[in-house]
Design a protein around this ligand. Sequence first.
Ligand code: AVJ
Length: 322
Amino acid sequence: MIGLGEAESGIAQRAEADRFLEEVLKGLAAPRKAISPKWLYDARGSALYELICEQPEYYPARTELRILERHAPEIGEAIGPDALVFEYGVGSGRKTQLLLAALERPAAFVPVDIAGEALAAAARQLEARFPGLPVRPVVADFTEPVALPGLDLPCARRLAFFPGSTIGNFDPPEAVGILRRMARDAGPGGGLLLGLDLPKEAGTLERAYDDARGITAAFDLNLLARIDRELDGDFRLSQFRHRSLWDARLSRVEMHLESLQAQVVHVAGAPFTFREGETIHTESAYKWEPRAFDTLAAIAGWQLERAWADDRAWFSVRLYRR
Ligand code: AVJ
């Protein structure tokens, strides 16, 4: 595993902290307060996300894993031997393990994730599980242009792996940008294996993002705790609550942190006023009709090759070609 040198990673961490501060100050000053969901994933947030995946209400992770398990041989065959795999947003690496095990002689694995600690742990596990497989983790925000390592390695084709319906966290124009970026990374003849969560009944969707044990609420509220810790904020977590709302018109679940009273909160010395009931929008999770999504993917240069789904058609794993 090739990591960053200590000095380099120190600089990268400071640049990251500056971006976090900048985005939080901007997001809280906006008429409709919003902070990007990527900031939910510090070490504690990443651990809480893993717990969310075990909650009975949060069907996407479990459903996708089952599709990958059930169709692993076909998926491996459709992708073909000697593939170099990039993954964007890796988390625990469980889906990665399934994919790599299904592939014939994977050439290398390049995981890209903003959560450095979680990424390092996942990379170590994968190296132990697949001896001889070059693993080159990159701590980066995949929504920003980053040069990926491994583009020089010999392989039959490059495959972008983007599971978890993470594409749903982006507005359609942003999603096209990310899909284009992946098309560039994959190169001519390259592939994209993408997980897509599909529209379904409102209650099912809202509960998936607001489980009874309150794990998703803790995950969302951890953003405020992180701001307090890292950006000298004075959010009182007891004065906010987590909400999950299905917007049928936009076909997306929204996560919000709602202020329980009128209050003033400071971040890095700057004051921000909240009305009672005012919210910070912390995440959107778009649920796409597969055909509509294929049209979006085509704009970014991807043609659908094959698709797999569960029996209820709640989630789809789709393979595209450039
Ligand atoms: C990161 C896209 C897998 O939007 O479903 C889970 C994150 N947020 N519960 C999603 C998430 C709240 C998740 N993904």
